[in-house]
Ligand binder design. Structure first.
Ligand code: AHR
Length: 518
Protein backbone atom coordinates (compact mmCIF):
# COMPACT_ATOMS: atom_id res chain seq x y z
CA UNK A 1 0.00 0.00 0.00
CA UNK A 2 1.21 3.48 -0.71
CA UNK A 3 -0.20 6.92 -0.53
CA UNK A 4 -0.33 9.68 -3.07
CA UNK A 5 -0.45 13.39 -2.51
CA UNK A 6 -3.70 15.18 -3.24
CA UNK A 7 -3.83 15.95 -6.91
CA UNK A 8 -4.37 19.42 -8.24
CA UNK A 9 -6.26 19.01 -11.41
CA UNK A 10 -7.23 21.82 -13.69
CA UNK A 11 -10.48 20.61 -15.03
CA UNK A 12 -13.16 18.02 -14.69
CA UNK A 13 -12.24 16.27 -17.89
CA UNK A 14 -8.82 15.55 -16.45
CA UNK A 15 -10.24 14.58 -13.14
CA UNK A 16 -11.94 11.70 -14.84
CA UNK A 17 -8.69 10.16 -16.00
CA UNK A 18 -7.19 7.27 -14.14
CA UNK A 19 -4.60 9.43 -12.39
CA UNK A 20 -5.57 8.06 -9.00
CA UNK A 21 -7.01 4.75 -10.06
CA UNK A 22 -6.30 2.12 -7.44
CA UNK A 23 -3.52 4.23 -6.05
CA UNK A 24 -5.07 5.99 -3.13
CA UNK A 25 -5.02 5.02 0.45
CA UNK A 26 -6.97 6.85 3.10
CA UNK A 27 -7.13 6.19 6.80
CA UNK A 28 -10.29 7.20 8.56
CA UNK A 29 -10.31 7.71 12.32
CA UNK A 30 -13.64 7.84 14.07
CA UNK A 31 -13.47 9.75 17.32
CA UNK A 32 -15.85 7.81 19.54
CA UNK A 33 -14.63 9.77 22.57
CA UNK A 34 -16.00 13.06 21.28
CA UNK A 35 -19.64 12.52 20.31
CA UNK A 36 -21.39 15.55 18.86
CA UNK A 37 -25.02 16.51 18.32
CA UNK A 38 -27.88 14.16 17.76
CA UNK A 39 -28.52 13.84 14.03
CA UNK A 40 -32.20 14.70 14.00
CA UNK A 41 -34.17 12.12 12.09
CA UNK A 42 -35.87 15.01 10.30
CA UNK A 43 -32.71 15.52 8.26
CA UNK A 44 -34.43 12.87 6.11
CA UNK A 45 -37.64 14.92 5.69
CA UNK A 46 -39.65 14.65 2.47
CA UNK A 47 -41.57 17.17 0.44
CA UNK A 48 -44.96 16.60 -1.14
CA UNK A 49 -46.23 19.57 -3.12
CA UNK A 50 -49.26 19.90 -5.35
CA UNK A 51 -46.98 19.80 -8.36
CA UNK A 52 -47.19 17.58 -11.43
CA UNK A 53 -47.74 13.95 -10.52
CA UNK A 54 -46.17 14.36 -7.08
CA UNK A 55 -49.39 13.89 -5.13
CA UNK A 56 -52.03 13.02 -7.72
CA UNK A 57 -51.01 9.63 -9.15
CA UNK A 58 -47.77 9.55 -7.14
CA UNK A 59 -49.44 9.25 -3.74
CA UNK A 60 -53.16 9.78 -4.06
CA UNK A 61 -55.16 7.78 -6.60
CA UNK A 62 -58.55 7.84 -4.85
CA UNK A 63 -60.51 4.97 -3.39
CA UNK A 64 -62.09 4.07 -6.75
CA UNK A 65 -58.78 3.66 -8.59
CA UNK A 66 -57.82 0.35 -10.19
CA UNK A 67 -54.39 0.91 -8.66
CA UNK A 68 -54.39 -0.97 -5.32
CA UNK A 69 -54.81 1.58 -2.56
CA UNK A 70 -55.54 2.08 1.11
CA UNK A 71 -58.19 4.76 1.51
CA UNK A 72 -57.07 6.30 -1.78
CA UNK A 73 -53.30 6.19 -1.09
CA UNK A 74 -51.53 3.92 -3.56
CA UNK A 75 -50.23 0.91 -1.70
CA UNK A 76 -46.99 0.32 -3.59
CA UNK A 77 -45.77 3.85 -2.85
CA UNK A 78 -47.10 3.81 0.71
CA UNK A 79 -45.30 0.56 1.49
CA UNK A 80 -42.06 1.71 -0.13
CA UNK A 81 -42.19 4.89 1.96
CA UNK A 82 -42.94 2.89 5.11
CA UNK A 83 -39.80 0.86 4.40
CA UNK A 84 -37.93 4.14 4.10
CA UNK A 85 -39.03 5.19 7.61
CA UNK A 86 -39.88 8.68 6.38
CA UNK A 87 -39.65 10.82 9.52
CA UNK A 88 -41.36 14.00 8.31
CA UNK A 89 -43.55 15.21 5.44
CA UNK A 90 -43.90 18.81 4.30
CA UNK A 91 -47.07 19.96 2.49
CA UNK A 92 -48.74 21.62 0.47
CA UNK A 93 -45.81 23.55 -1.10
CA UNK A 94 -43.50 25.20 -2.12
CA UNK A 95 -44.83 27.90 -4.35
CA UNK A 96 -48.22 26.19 -4.23
CA UNK A 97 -48.50 26.98 -0.52
CA UNK A 98 -48.82 30.72 -1.08
CA UNK A 99 -51.81 30.19 -3.35
CA UNK A 100 -53.44 27.47 -1.27
CA UNK A 101 -56.67 28.21 0.53
CA UNK A 102 -57.24 25.45 3.01
CA UNK A 103 -61.01 25.63 2.88
CA UNK A 104 -60.85 24.50 -0.77
CA UNK A 105 -59.59 21.14 0.43
CA UNK A 106 -62.02 20.10 3.17
CA UNK A 107 -65.51 18.62 3.15
CA UNK A 108 -67.05 16.15 0.71
CA UNK A 109 -64.66 15.66 -2.19
CA UNK A 110 -67.23 16.12 -4.90
CA UNK A 111 -68.10 19.53 -3.48
CA UNK A 112 -64.57 20.85 -3.17
CA UNK A 113 -63.42 23.90 -5.11
CA UNK A 114 -61.87 23.49 -8.52
CA UNK A 115 -58.96 25.88 -8.91
CA UNK A 116 -56.02 26.39 -11.27
CA UNK A 117 -52.53 25.44 -10.18
CA UNK A 118 -50.96 28.55 -11.64
CA UNK A 119 -47.44 27.71 -10.52
CA UNK A 120 -47.23 24.23 -11.90
CA UNK A 121 -48.53 23.67 -15.41
CA UNK A 122 -51.79 25.60 -15.06
CA UNK A 123 -53.65 22.35 -14.49
CA UNK A 124 -56.97 22.02 -12.70
CA UNK A 125 -56.61 21.35 -8.98
CA UNK A 126 -59.71 19.54 -7.78
CA UNK A 127 -58.55 19.62 -4.16
CA UNK A 128 -59.25 15.92 -3.67
CA UNK A 129 -56.14 15.88 -1.49
CA UNK A 130 -56.53 18.32 1.37
CA UNK A 131 -55.91 18.70 5.08
CA UNK A 132 -57.56 15.46 6.19
CA UNK A 133 -55.85 13.43 3.46
CA UNK A 134 -52.47 14.91 4.35
CA UNK A 135 -52.71 14.01 8.01
CA UNK A 136 -54.09 10.57 7.28
CA UNK A 137 -51.16 9.95 4.95
CA UNK A 138 -48.64 11.16 7.55
CA UNK A 139 -50.28 8.94 10.15
CA UNK A 140 -50.12 5.93 7.82
CA UNK A 141 -46.40 6.62 7.43
CA UNK A 142 -45.85 7.38 11.11
CA UNK A 143 -44.23 10.66 10.04
CA UNK A 144 -44.16 14.05 11.69
CA UNK A 145 -46.03 16.81 9.89
CA UNK A 146 -44.89 20.11 8.46
CA UNK A 147 -47.62 22.39 7.13
CA UNK A 148 -46.63 25.42 5.08
CA UNK A 149 -49.00 28.37 5.59
CA UNK A 150 -50.16 30.79 2.92
CA UNK A 151 -48.68 34.22 3.49
CA UNK A 152 -48.71 35.36 -0.14
CA UNK A 153 -52.43 35.34 -0.91
CA UNK A 154 -53.90 34.47 2.46
CA UNK A 155 -54.64 36.59 5.47
CA UNK A 156 -53.82 36.38 9.16
CA UNK A 157 -57.38 35.25 9.79
CA UNK A 158 -57.18 32.44 7.22
CA UNK A 159 -53.91 31.19 8.66
CA UNK A 160 -55.10 31.44 12.25
CA UNK A 161 -58.31 29.57 11.46
CA UNK A 162 -56.45 26.79 9.65
CA UNK A 163 -54.18 26.29 12.63
CA UNK A 164 -57.21 26.29 14.91
CA UNK A 165 -59.02 23.77 12.65
CA UNK A 166 -56.04 21.45 12.77
CA UNK A 167 -54.94 21.70 16.39
CA UNK A 168 -57.79 22.75 18.66
CA UNK A 169 -60.16 20.68 20.75
CA UNK A 170 -62.29 23.60 21.91
CA UNK A 171 -65.98 23.45 21.13
CA UNK A 172 -65.87 26.08 18.41
CA UNK A 173 -67.70 26.27 15.12
CA UNK A 174 -64.48 25.51 13.26
CA UNK A 175 -63.66 22.47 15.39
CA UNK A 176 -67.24 21.24 15.00
CA UNK A 177 -66.71 21.54 11.26
CA UNK A 178 -63.58 19.38 11.49
CA UNK A 179 -65.52 16.80 13.45
CA UNK A 180 -68.30 16.88 10.88
CA UNK A 181 -65.64 16.26 8.25
CA UNK A 182 -64.70 13.05 10.01
CA UNK A 183 -61.97 13.93 12.47
CA UNK A 184 -62.75 14.16 16.17
CA UNK A 185 -59.24 14.39 17.56
CA UNK A 186 -57.05 17.35 16.68
CA UNK A 187 -54.36 16.68 14.13
CA UNK A 188 -50.75 16.86 15.27
CA UNK A 189 -48.97 19.72 13.52
CA UNK A 190 -45.30 19.42 14.34
CA UNK A 191 -44.04 22.32 12.23
CA UNK A 192 -45.78 25.30 10.67
CA UNK A 193 -44.14 27.75 8.26
CA UNK A 194 -45.27 31.29 7.56
CA UNK A 195 -44.94 31.51 3.78
CA UNK A 196 -42.47 29.99 1.35
CA UNK A 197 -39.76 31.61 -0.76
CA UNK A 198 -41.17 34.99 0.14
CA UNK A 199 -38.33 36.55 -1.86
CA UNK A 200 -39.85 35.03 -5.04
CA UNK A 201 -42.95 33.00 -5.79
CA UNK A 202 -44.17 33.68 -2.25
CA UNK A 203 -44.67 37.39 -2.94
CA UNK A 204 -41.44 39.07 -4.14
CA UNK A 205 -40.82 40.52 -0.69
CA UNK A 206 -37.74 42.09 0.79
CA UNK A 207 -36.38 40.53 3.99
CA UNK A 208 -37.52 43.61 5.96
CA UNK A 209 -41.06 43.47 4.67
CA UNK A 210 -41.27 39.73 5.28
CA UNK A 211 -39.91 40.07 8.80
CA UNK A 212 -42.61 42.62 9.66
CA UNK A 213 -45.27 40.32 8.27
CA UNK A 214 -43.81 37.38 10.18
CA UNK A 215 -44.09 39.38 13.38
CA UNK A 216 -47.67 40.29 12.61
CA UNK A 217 -48.83 36.78 11.65
CA UNK A 218 -46.97 34.93 14.36
CA UNK A 219 -48.58 37.15 17.02
CA UNK A 220 -51.89 35.45 16.25
CA UNK A 221 -50.77 31.87 15.56
CA UNK A 222 -51.88 30.05 18.66
CA UNK A 223 -52.29 26.37 19.28
CA UNK A 224 -53.24 24.54 22.48
CA UNK A 225 -50.58 23.61 25.02
CA UNK A 226 -49.21 20.22 24.08
CA UNK A 227 -50.04 20.64 20.39
CA UNK A 228 -47.82 23.60 19.61
CA UNK A 229 -45.97 23.37 16.33
CA UNK A 230 -42.52 24.78 15.88
CA UNK A 231 -42.89 27.99 13.87
CA UNK A 232 -40.64 28.43 10.86
CA UNK A 233 -39.73 31.66 9.09
CA UNK A 234 -39.05 31.54 5.36
CA UNK A 235 -35.45 32.45 4.70
CA UNK A 236 -33.16 32.89 1.74
CA UNK A 237 -31.67 30.79 -1.00
CA UNK A 238 -28.23 29.89 -2.32
CA UNK A 239 -25.55 32.19 -0.88
CA UNK A 240 -28.01 34.65 0.67
CA UNK A 241 -27.54 35.58 4.32
CA UNK A 242 -29.61 38.75 4.53
CA UNK A 243 -32.83 36.87 5.30
CA UNK A 244 -31.31 35.22 8.35
CA UNK A 245 -29.68 38.51 9.36
CA UNK A 246 -32.81 40.63 9.10
CA UNK A 247 -35.05 38.01 10.68
CA UNK A 248 -32.79 37.57 13.67
CA UNK A 249 -32.27 41.34 14.04
CA UNK A 250 -35.98 42.03 13.98
CA UNK A 251 -37.18 39.11 16.03
CA UNK A 252 -34.50 39.23 18.68
CA UNK A 253 -35.83 42.26 20.59
CA UNK A 254 -38.99 40.35 21.28
CA UNK A 255 -38.03 36.76 21.83
CA UNK A 256 -41.60 36.24 22.98
CA UNK A 257 -42.37 36.08 19.27
CA UNK A 258 -41.82 32.52 18.33
CA UNK A 259 -39.40 31.82 15.55
CA UNK A 260 -38.11 28.32 16.09
CA UNK A 261 -36.19 28.20 12.83
CA UNK A 262 -35.22 30.00 9.68
CA UNK A 263 -35.42 27.84 6.60
CA UNK A 264 -33.24 28.04 3.52
CA UNK A 265 -33.42 26.55 0.02
CA UNK A 266 -30.62 25.31 -2.16
CA UNK A 267 -30.85 23.34 -5.38
CA UNK A 268 -28.00 21.71 -7.28
CA UNK A 269 -28.03 22.60 -10.99
CA UNK A 270 -25.20 20.92 -12.92
CA UNK A 271 -24.58 24.05 -15.01
CA UNK A 272 -25.69 26.65 -12.48
CA UNK A 273 -27.83 28.15 -15.25
CA UNK A 274 -31.62 28.11 -14.77
CA UNK A 275 -32.18 28.33 -18.54
CA UNK A 276 -30.17 25.21 -19.36
CA UNK A 277 -29.67 23.26 -16.20
CA UNK A 278 -28.35 20.02 -17.66
CA UNK A 279 -29.93 16.68 -18.30
CA UNK A 280 -30.82 14.01 -15.75
CA UNK A 281 -29.30 11.21 -17.88
CA UNK A 282 -26.82 11.08 -20.75
CA UNK A 283 -24.87 14.00 -19.32
CA UNK A 284 -21.16 14.63 -20.02
CA UNK A 285 -18.52 13.71 -17.43
CA UNK A 286 -17.90 17.38 -16.83
CA UNK A 287 -21.42 17.67 -15.44
CA UNK A 288 -20.81 14.81 -13.02
CA UNK A 289 -18.09 16.89 -11.43
CA UNK A 290 -19.82 20.26 -11.69
CA UNK A 291 -22.78 18.66 -9.91
CA UNK A 292 -20.51 17.57 -7.05
CA UNK A 293 -18.92 21.04 -6.85
CA UNK A 294 -22.27 22.79 -6.77
CA UNK A 295 -23.69 20.38 -4.24
CA UNK A 296 -20.87 21.02 -1.81
CA UNK A 297 -21.37 24.80 -1.97
CA UNK A 298 -24.19 24.31 0.48
CA UNK A 299 -21.69 23.89 3.32
CA UNK A 300 -20.41 27.45 2.97
CA UNK A 301 -23.97 28.78 2.77
CA UNK A 302 -24.95 26.90 5.91
CA UNK A 303 -21.85 28.07 7.76
CA UNK A 304 -22.45 31.75 6.93
CA UNK A 305 -26.08 31.64 8.03
CA UNK A 306 -25.31 29.64 11.15
CA UNK A 307 -22.63 32.21 12.09
CA UNK A 308 -25.33 34.89 12.10
CA UNK A 309 -27.55 32.79 14.32
CA UNK A 310 -24.63 32.09 16.66
CA UNK A 311 -24.23 35.84 17.22
CA UNK A 312 -27.76 36.41 18.42
CA UNK A 313 -28.63 32.98 19.70
CA UNK A 314 -25.62 31.27 21.26
CA UNK A 315 -28.00 29.03 23.17
CA UNK A 316 -29.00 27.41 19.94
CA UNK A 317 -32.73 27.98 20.26
CA UNK A 318 -33.26 28.80 16.60
CA UNK A 319 -32.72 26.10 14.06
CA UNK A 320 -31.39 26.55 10.56
CA UNK A 321 -33.41 24.26 8.31
CA UNK A 322 -32.93 23.46 4.65
CA UNK A 323 -36.47 22.59 3.69
CA UNK A 324 -35.79 22.32 -0.04
CA UNK A 325 -32.66 20.76 -1.47
CA UNK A 326 -31.68 18.37 -4.23
CA UNK A 327 -30.88 18.22 -7.91
CA UNK A 328 -32.84 20.22 -10.45
CA UNK A 329 -32.33 19.28 -14.10
CA UNK A 330 -34.06 20.15 -17.36
CA UNK A 331 -37.32 18.24 -17.38
CA UNK A 332 -37.22 14.89 -19.15
CA UNK A 333 -38.08 15.14 -22.84
CA UNK A 334 -41.76 14.84 -23.66
CA UNK A 335 -42.94 15.69 -20.16
CA UNK A 336 -44.92 18.75 -19.08
CA UNK A 337 -42.34 21.49 -18.27
CA UNK A 338 -44.51 22.55 -15.33
CA UNK A 339 -44.34 19.10 -13.75
CA UNK A 340 -40.57 19.06 -13.02
CA UNK A 341 -40.24 15.37 -13.82
CA UNK A 342 -36.67 14.09 -14.06
CA UNK A 343 -34.91 10.72 -13.99
CA UNK A 344 -32.74 9.88 -11.04
CA UNK A 345 -29.38 8.23 -11.41
CA UNK A 346 -26.38 7.10 -9.43
CA UNK A 347 -25.23 10.74 -9.57
CA UNK A 348 -28.28 11.73 -7.50
CA UNK A 349 -27.46 9.12 -4.86
CA UNK A 350 -23.94 10.52 -4.56
CA UNK A 351 -25.36 14.04 -4.28
CA UNK A 352 -27.65 12.80 -1.50
CA UNK A 353 -24.71 11.20 0.32
CA UNK A 354 -22.61 14.38 0.13
CA UNK A 355 -25.49 16.55 1.33
CA UNK A 356 -26.12 14.22 4.26
CA UNK A 357 -22.45 14.44 5.25
CA UNK A 358 -22.66 18.25 5.21
CA UNK A 359 -25.90 18.31 7.20
CA UNK A 360 -24.40 15.95 9.78
CA UNK A 361 -21.45 18.28 10.28
CA UNK A 362 -23.87 21.10 11.19
CA UNK A 363 -26.45 19.03 13.01
CA UNK A 364 -26.66 21.32 16.02
CA UNK A 365 -28.52 23.91 13.95
CA UNK A 366 -29.55 21.86 10.94
CA UNK A 367 -32.23 19.89 12.69
CA UNK A 368 -34.41 19.48 9.65
CA UNK A 369 -33.85 19.19 5.92
CA UNK A 370 -36.39 18.32 3.27
CA UNK A 371 -35.38 16.89 -0.07
CA UNK A 372 -37.42 18.07 -3.05
CA UNK A 373 -39.45 16.04 -3.65
CA UNK A 374 -40.80 12.68 -2.57
CA UNK A 375 -42.48 11.23 -5.67
CA UNK A 376 -42.26 12.12 -9.40
CA UNK A 377 -40.86 15.63 -8.88
CA UNK A 378 -37.19 16.75 -9.01
CA UNK A 379 -34.86 14.49 -6.97
CA UNK A 380 -37.49 11.93 -6.16
CA UNK A 381 -37.40 8.79 -4.06
CA UNK A 382 -39.97 7.12 -6.25
CA UNK A 383 -41.16 7.44 -9.84
CA UNK A 384 -44.52 6.19 -11.06
CA UNK A 385 -46.10 5.66 -14.43
CA UNK A 386 -49.76 4.95 -13.83
CA UNK A 387 -49.80 1.55 -12.09
CA UNK A 388 -46.00 1.08 -12.33
CA UNK A 389 -43.50 2.24 -9.74
CA UNK A 390 -39.70 2.30 -9.50
CA UNK A 391 -37.41 3.10 -6.61
CA UNK A 392 -34.61 5.51 -7.48
CA UNK A 393 -30.95 5.52 -6.45
CA UNK A 394 -31.85 8.42 -4.11
CA UNK A 395 -34.40 6.15 -2.42
CA UNK A 396 -31.64 3.62 -1.80
CA UNK A 397 -29.28 6.32 -0.53
CA UNK A 398 -31.89 7.38 2.02
CA UNK A 399 -32.67 3.78 2.96
CA UNK A 400 -29.01 3.02 3.57
CA UNK A 401 -28.86 5.97 5.97
CA UNK A 402 -31.79 4.92 8.16
CA UNK A 403 -29.41 4.05 11.04
CA UNK A 404 -28.30 7.70 11.02
CA UNK A 405 -31.78 8.88 12.02
CA UNK A 406 -31.49 10.20 15.59
CA UNK A 407 -27.97 8.78 15.85
CA UNK A 408 -25.20 10.68 17.62
CA UNK A 409 -22.63 12.38 15.45
CA UNK A 410 -19.07 11.11 15.71
CA UNK A 411 -16.28 13.24 14.21
CA UNK A 412 -14.16 11.58 11.54
CA UNK A 413 -10.65 12.45 10.52
CA UNK A 414 -9.34 11.48 7.11
CA UNK A 415 -5.60 11.14 6.63
CA UNK A 416 -6.19 12.44 3.12
CA UNK A 417 -9.45 13.44 1.44
CA UNK A 418 -7.83 13.27 -2.02
CA UNK A 419 -8.76 16.81 -2.91
CA UNK A 420 -9.46 17.72 -6.51
CA UNK A 421 -9.27 21.31 -7.59
CA UNK A 422 -11.60 22.86 -10.15
CA UNK A 423 -10.84 26.51 -10.69
CA UNK A 424 -11.43 28.06 -7.29
CA UNK A 425 -13.48 25.12 -6.11
CA UNK A 426 -12.38 21.78 -4.81
CA UNK A 427 -14.08 18.52 -4.07
CA UNK A 428 -12.90 15.69 -1.88
CA UNK A 429 -12.36 12.36 -3.60
CA UNK A 430 -13.51 10.69 -0.41
CA UNK A 431 -16.12 12.07 1.96
CA UNK A 432 -17.21 10.34 5.16
CA UNK A 433 -19.55 10.75 8.10
CA UNK A 434 -20.00 8.54 11.15
CA UNK A 435 -22.50 8.20 13.96
CA UNK A 436 -23.45 6.01 16.88
CA UNK A 437 -26.92 4.75 16.11
CA UNK A 438 -29.81 4.09 18.44
CA UNK A 439 -29.01 0.37 18.21
CA UNK A 440 -25.62 1.04 19.83
CA UNK A 441 -23.63 0.30 16.68
CA UNK A 442 -21.36 2.79 14.97
CA UNK A 443 -22.06 3.39 11.29
CA UNK A 444 -19.96 5.08 8.67
CA UNK A 445 -21.16 6.54 5.39
CA UNK A 446 -18.50 6.92 2.70
CA UNK A 447 -18.71 8.52 -0.74
CA UNK A 448 -16.18 8.18 -3.54
CA UNK A 449 -16.91 11.16 -5.80
CA UNK A 450 -14.57 10.12 -8.59
CA UNK A 451 -15.56 8.45 -11.84
CA UNK A 452 -12.40 6.37 -11.94
CA UNK A 453 -10.35 4.63 -9.32
CA UNK A 454 -11.28 2.50 -6.34
CA UNK A 455 -9.91 3.90 -3.11
CA UNK A 456 -8.55 1.74 -0.33
CA UNK A 457 -9.77 2.99 3.01
CA UNK A 458 -8.36 1.76 6.30
CA UNK A 459 -10.59 1.78 9.36
CA UNK A 460 -9.04 1.26 12.77
CA UNK A 461 -10.53 -0.03 16.00
CA UNK A 462 -13.64 -1.49 14.47
CA UNK A 463 -15.46 -4.66 15.46
CA UNK A 464 -17.00 -5.60 12.14
CA UNK A 465 -17.57 -4.24 8.63
CA UNK A 466 -20.96 -5.11 7.26
CA UNK A 467 -23.15 -2.99 5.10
CA UNK A 468 -24.10 -2.00 1.61
CA UNK A 469 -22.59 -0.30 -1.40
CA UNK A 470 -24.43 1.51 -4.17
CA UNK A 471 -22.49 1.84 -7.40
CA UNK A 472 -22.46 1.00 -11.10
CA UNK A 473 -20.18 1.05 -14.11
CA UNK A 474 -22.37 3.75 -15.62
CA UNK A 475 -22.42 7.20 -14.06
CA UNK A 476 -26.03 7.71 -15.14
CA UNK A 477 -27.28 4.26 -14.17
CA UNK A 478 -30.95 4.41 -13.30
CA UNK A 479 -34.02 2.29 -12.88
CA UNK A 480 -36.77 2.33 -15.46
CA UNK A 481 -40.30 0.99 -15.50
CA UNK A 482 -39.10 -1.80 -17.81
CA UNK A 483 -35.90 -2.48 -15.88
CA UNK A 484 -36.64 -1.47 -12.28
CA UNK A 485 -33.64 -3.23 -10.75
CA UNK A 486 -30.79 -1.83 -12.84
CA UNK A 487 -29.29 -0.25 -9.77
CA UNK A 488 -29.72 -1.37 -6.18
CA UNK A 489 -27.36 -1.58 -3.23
CA UNK A 490 -25.33 -4.76 -2.82
CA UNK A 491 -24.17 -6.27 0.42
CA UNK A 492 -20.60 -5.54 1.41
CA UNK A 493 -18.40 -6.94 4.14
CA UNK A 494 -14.72 -6.91 4.96
CA UNK A 495 -12.52 -8.85 7.34
CA UNK A 496 -11.36 -7.26 10.56
CA UNK A 497 -7.93 -8.17 11.86
CA UNK A 498 -6.72 -6.79 15.18
CA UNK A 499 -9.42 -4.14 14.96
CA UNK A 500 -8.28 -3.01 11.51
CA UNK A 501 -10.15 -3.36 8.23
CA UNK A 502 -9.20 -2.33 4.73
CA UNK A 503 -12.13 -1.64 2.50
CA UNK A 504 -12.21 -0.92 -1.18
CA UNK A 505 -14.49 1.99 -1.98
CA UNK A 506 -15.42 1.74 -5.66
CA UNK A 507 -15.34 4.74 -7.95
CA UNK A 508 -18.65 6.69 -7.94
CA UNK A 509 -20.07 4.90 -4.98
CA UNK A 510 -21.87 5.34 -1.71
CA UNK A 511 -21.26 2.92 1.17
CA UNK A 512 -22.90 2.65 4.55
CA UNK A 513 -21.21 0.21 6.93
CA UNK A 514 -22.04 -1.09 10.38
CA UNK A 515 -18.80 -1.23 12.37
CA UNK A 516 -20.28 -2.80 15.47
CA UNK A 517 -20.42 -1.53 19.06
CA UNK A 518 -17.26 0.55 19.49
O1 AHR B 1 -39.65 22.29 -5.35
C1 AHR B 1 -40.13 23.05 -6.42
C2 AHR B 1 -40.21 24.53 -6.11
O2 AHR B 1 -38.94 25.02 -5.88
C3 AHR B 1 -40.97 24.92 -4.88
O3 AHR B 1 -42.34 24.99 -5.09
C4 AHR B 1 -40.42 26.27 -4.57
O4 AHR B 1 -40.44 26.57 -3.20
C5 AHR B 1 -39.01 26.21 -5.13
O5 AHR B 1 -38.74 27.28 -5.94
Amino acid sequence: MFKIKPLLICCFAMATTSAIANAADVEIDINVEKPGAVLNKNIYGQFMEHLGRGIYEGIWVGEDSTIPNENGFRLDVLNALRDLEVPLVRWPGGCFADEYHWRDGIGPRDERARTVNSNWGGVIEDNAFGTHEFFEFAELLGAETYVNGNLGTGSPREMVEWLHYMTSDADTTIVRERKKNGRDEPFKVDYFAVGNESWGCGGNMTPDYYAELYKQYSAFLKAPEGNQPKFIASGGTDDQTEWTQVLTDKIKPSWSLRMDAVTHHYYTLPTGDWETKGSSTGFPEEQWYSTMVRTLKIEDYIEKNVAILEEVDPENKIGFYVDEWGTWYDVDKGTNPGFLYQQNTLRDAIVAGLNIHVFNRHAERVQMTVIAQMVNVLQAMILTDKEKMVLTPTYYAFKMHIPFQDATYLPVELSDSLIYQYGEDSIPGISASAAKAQDGNTYISIVNTQLEGNVEVTLDQVKQVKGQVLTSDKMDEHNTFDAPNNIQPSDYSAKVKNGKAVISVPAKSLMVLNLGKL
